[in-house]
Structures are given as structure tokens and as C-alpha cells.
Write a protein that binds this ligand. Structure first.
Ligand code: ADP
Ligand code: MG
Ligand code: ZN
Length: 478
């Protein structure tokens, strides 16, 4: 944190919706099709073609609004945002300006430095995406209008964030929400969740906002954090050099870790917004909002509290598990079979997540299903295998798709619970370690750990640790 300046950040996020069709026509928005094959007179912007608003897009906007505590406007309108660019044949983008569908929302975030904090959401509006330009060698460019008219929600925050950490916490939460709602695939790489960060600084205590720069091309959480931090330092340097920050749009270059000016205020667009006469004002009844509300899934923040209450999980565990909807579903399928939620949580957060990470798989692709994992956990609770051996069994189940019982049988991993067999091992170990045995007998109780370790080692992890402990105590007392 800087001692002289306060950082102010406001974020604009574009959320690409997962609807089957485009926002104002029935064209499919399948990715990767041949250029201009997913088009019609409406999304090509041919004169006289009339847009028809997709009901699904409105449903999704209402979902996003409700999940971020917005008020849903009973009456909202579409506007034309006018500018010329070859990827926008109409010469305007249909968006919302005055009277967007959602306003006055908020999200609660938590960061290490500033604790819990409520951040305002100014508005969420619906709009269409533009096409895609490819610059060829030489002097020509190709335009592909498959993406034109793809539905987007733009979520605009208040300038309420005071650090890059707060900005990231807000973004991660918003990201989690739209993915939970099933309205966005959340892919930052592919641009399904795009963020512009507005950054300014001001002397502590000053109420008026400083001049901001808008950062673009931020396609990972890491880059966003990096770009904001670079920008704050840059603005401090400008002011310390006695100069003034100018309002501009800057492009972040992740390879160089720096941003460069893209356009200044004088080149800023004057969009001359006006209501689109081709689209009727959108009337959203209370009943419509209620219908959408009924269909909302349980959101991560609520789910997290429920996991703490219903399953007695620590806050940390609950947070890790609800972070992804599919992971939470996996966990719930597991606790439906195995009745110790804490053990289930430990395995999900430990073996499952790390194995997924190592093999670069998502939870929905996890080869150890909740049923298979429950099978392993049962064999721990009934003492067939130790917790340690269970990890070997887990790896085997992962690789072979066999059940825990099949693996234990085939590999002979069953715990040794035969008293005679364990006693025989113990006798050998005590005989081989007379000094340690003497120390233990002389009052050094810590040596017990050493002996248990030796027994486990000699039995290749298969001796029941509880029995080993008990028998060792008895033998060493002799
Ligand atoms: P525009 O549409 O031109 O980008 P807006 O006024 O809609 O401008 O603001 C866009 C975003 O910039 C909002 O998220 C807002 O909170 C943020 N913002 C506005 N002023 C500042 C500032 N001085 N410092 C940081 N963020 C700001
Ligand atoms: Mg902006
Ligand atoms: Zn179309």
C-alpha cells in the first residue's frame, strides 16, 4: 500500500452468454464455423432487417441482476451506440444506455488487507458483440461476422475498489456467480469473460476522484492484477514528476508486463447514443422476475454457509469446495454415501484436487467417481486399510477404474490385523533396537513414535497402526 496515494478502481466486465442463438436473430453462435456461415440479414446488418430480442437473453440478464443484488427495471430500453468500424456493418452497436435492465447492485468481498467489504454495481446492461477482423499480410483485412450479434452482459462496478486484491476478489466472485448461474462458460482465455479496469490515484483524504486510465486486453486474473499494479506505479511516477495523469485507454502487454497508450481522450468516441427505434421498450413484469428467481440455483456464498452449518465444515474447506459448482456437486454426491463430511472434504480437497491438477482434468472428468471414492473411505473406516494405504488404493482406482475392494484384493493391500503376525514383527524390531527400547523403558515415551514407524515400515504400511501401538506398549512393558 502506498503511503501518499489512495488507489481507486472501477471495473467493466463483459460476460458472453451461453445461449444457443444470437441476441436479435435465430442464428447459431457455434464457435469455430467457417467465416460468415452463421449469419442472416439481421446480424449482417442489412438495411431493413429488423432485430427481435431473445427472451433467453433477458432471462439471463435478470438472473445476473438478482444474483448481484440489483434492482430489475420494469421498463428498460435499447440504444444505438454509433461508431464506424469494419466489424460493425450497421455503423452502430445495439446496447443499453439510459434505463439499463439492472441497477444498484452489490457484491460482498473479503480480502486479507481490508477484510469484508461491500462493492457497488452501478448497472448491468444487455448488448450485442461485433464481428471479428483478421489482418492479413499486406494491406487487407478479412471480416467474419459469425460473432456479430452474440449476446453480452456488461457489468459496470462503482469505483469502489481500493487495491488490485479487491479488484481480483470482486472479479473472481462475479466470475463464480455467472458460471454457477450457467449463463457463461467463464473462459477468460477465449474472451467469454472480459474485463476493462479503470484505475486512478488520489492523495489520501481527497474526495474528488483522480483522472483515470482504462486498461484493456486483460485476459487472465494474473494479468489484471499485474496491469493494475503497473498502472498505479506509473501514475505515481507521473505525479511525482510534477506532471498530470491524462485520461486515456491503455493496452496491456502481458509479455512485457507493461501497458501502452492506445488512444487519448481527444480520440475518445462520441457515440451519440439514442433509443433504437427498431426495438420496443422492454417491459419486465414482477411475475417474470419471480419466475426467474424461482429457477436460480443455490449461489456459492449461500452454499458455503450451508456447508458450514449442515456439514460442520470449517469456513476454509467450505470455501474451497463451493468455488466450483461441479466440485460442490461431487462433494454432495460423496457425503450422500459416506457419513463423515470432514473426511470427505479432506479427500476432495487433498487427493482429488491434486490428482486432477497433476493430470490437467476437470472435476467432471475425474475418473474416481464419488461412488468409487466412497468405496475407498469405507475401507478406511472399517479398518481394512490404513489412511496411508488408502492413498495407494486411490491412485490404483484412478488408473484402473476398478473398485477399492477389487484393488485391495488384487494387490494384497489388506491391513494386517492378525495379532500374531504383528507381534512377530514387534519382537524382531525390539530385538534389533535394544538401545531405543531401553530409552523408552527409561521413561522416554516419545520413542513410541519411532517404534510404530518401524512396525509400519516392516509391514509395508499394512499393519493396523492402532493395534501396532497397543501391542508395542504391551511388549515394551515386559
Ligand atoms: P466509460 O463508459 O466512458 O468507460 P463510465 O463513467 O461508465 O465511463 O465508467 C466506467 C468505469 O470506470 C466504471 O466502472 C467506473 O466505476 C469507473 N471509474 C469512473 N471514474 C473513475 C476514476 N476516476 N477512477 C477509477 N475508476 C473510475
Ligand atoms: Mg469504459
Ligand atoms: Zn443472424
Amino acid at each position: 500500500m502506498n503511503s501518499r496515494y489512495e488507489v481507486v478502481i472501477g471495473l467493466e466486465v463483459h460476460v458472453q452468454l451461453t445461449t444457443k442463438t444470437k441476441i436479435f436473430c435465430g442464428c447459431s453462435k457455434d464457435f469455430g464455423q467457417s467465416p460468415n456461415s452463421q449469419t442472416c440479414p439481421v446480424c449482417l446488418g442489412l438495411p431493413g432487417a429488423l432485430p427481435v430480442l431473445s427472451r433467453q437473453v433477458v432471462d439471463d440478464a435478470i438472473k445476473a441482476g438478482l444474483a448481484t443484488n440489483c434492482q430489475i427495471a420494469p421498463h428498460s430500453i435499447f440504444a444505438r451506440k454509433n461508431y464506424f468500424y469494419p466489424d460493425l456493418p450497421k455503423g452502430y452497436q445495439i446496447s443499453q444506455f439510459e434505463l439499463p435492465i439492472c441497477e444498484h447492485g452489490w457484491l460482498d468481498i473479503e480480502t486479507e488487507d481490508s477484510g469484508k467489504k461491500r462493492l457497488g454495481i452501478t448497472r448491468i446492461h444487455m448488448e450485442e458483440d461485433a464481428g471479428k477482423l483478421t489482418h492479413n499480410d499486406g494491406n487487407s483485412s478479412s471480416v467474419d461476422l459469425n460473432r456479430a450479434c452474440t449476446p453480452l452482459l456488461e457489468v459496470v462496478s462503482e469505483p469502489d475498489m481500493r487495491s488490485s486484491d479487491e479488484a481480483i476478489a470482486y472479479l473472481k466472485q462475479l466470475h463464480q456467480i455467472v458460471v454457477y448461474l450457467g449463463i457463461c462458460d467463464g473462459n477468460l482465455d477465449e474472451g467469454s469473460f472480459r474485463c476493462d479496469a479503470n484505475v486512478s490515484i488520489r492523495p489520501w483524504g481527497q474526495e474528488e476522484l483522480g483522472t483515470r486510465a482504462e486498461l484493456k486486453n486483460l485476459n487472465s486474473f494474473r494479468f489484471i492484477k499485474q496491469a493494475i499494479e503497473y498502472e498505479v506505479e506509473r501514475q505515481i511516477d507521473v505525479i511525482d514528476a510534477g506532471e498530470q495523469v491524462v485520461q486515456e485507454t491503455r493496452l496491456f502487454d502481458p509479455d512485457a508486463g507493461v501497458s501502452r497508450s492506445m488512444r487519448g481522450k481527444e480520440e475518445a468516441h462520441d457515440y451519440r447514443y439514442f433509443p433504437d427505434p427498431d426495438l420496443l421498450p422492454l417491459e419486465v413484469s414482477e411475475q417474470w422476475v419471480e419466475e426467474v428467481r424461482q429457477k436460480l440455483p443455490e449461489l456459492p456464498a449461500i452454499k458455503k454457509l450451508r456447508y458450514q452449518e449442515q456439514f460442520g465444515l470449517p469456513e476454509y474447506d467450505a470455501g474451497v469446495i463451493v468455488a466450483e459448482r461441479a466440485l460442490a456437486e461431487y462433494f454432495e454426491a460423496l457425503v450422500a454415501k459416506h457419513d463423515n463430511p470432514k473426511i470427505c472434504a479432506n479427500w476432495v480437497m487433498g487427493e482429488v484436487l491434486s490428482a486432477l491438477k497433476d493430470s490437467d482434468l476437470t472435476i467432471s472428468e475425474c475418473p474416481v467417481t464419488p461412488e468409487l471414492l466412497a468405496g475407498i473411505l469405507f475401507r478406511i473406516s472399517d479398518n481394512t486399510i490404513s489412511g496411508k494405504i488408502a492413498k495407494t488404493v486411490f491412485t490404483e482406482v484412478w488408473q484402473s477404474g476398478k473398485t477399492a475392494d477389487e484393488v485391495i484384493e488384487a494387490k494384497g493391500l489388506k491391513q494386517v490385523t492378525d495379532t500374531g503376525a504383528i507381534e512377530a514383527i514387534i519382537d524382531e524390531i525390539i530385538a534389533a533396537n535394544p538401545n531405543q527400547a531401553a530409552e523408552y523403558r527409561g521413561g522416554k515415551e516419545k520413542m513410541m513414535g519411532y517404534f510404530v514407524g518401524q512396525v509400519m515400515k516392516a509391514s509395508k504400511g499394512k499393519a493396523n497402526p492402532g493395534m501396532a501401538n497397543q501391542l508395542l506398549k504391551k511388549k515394551l512393558a515386559e
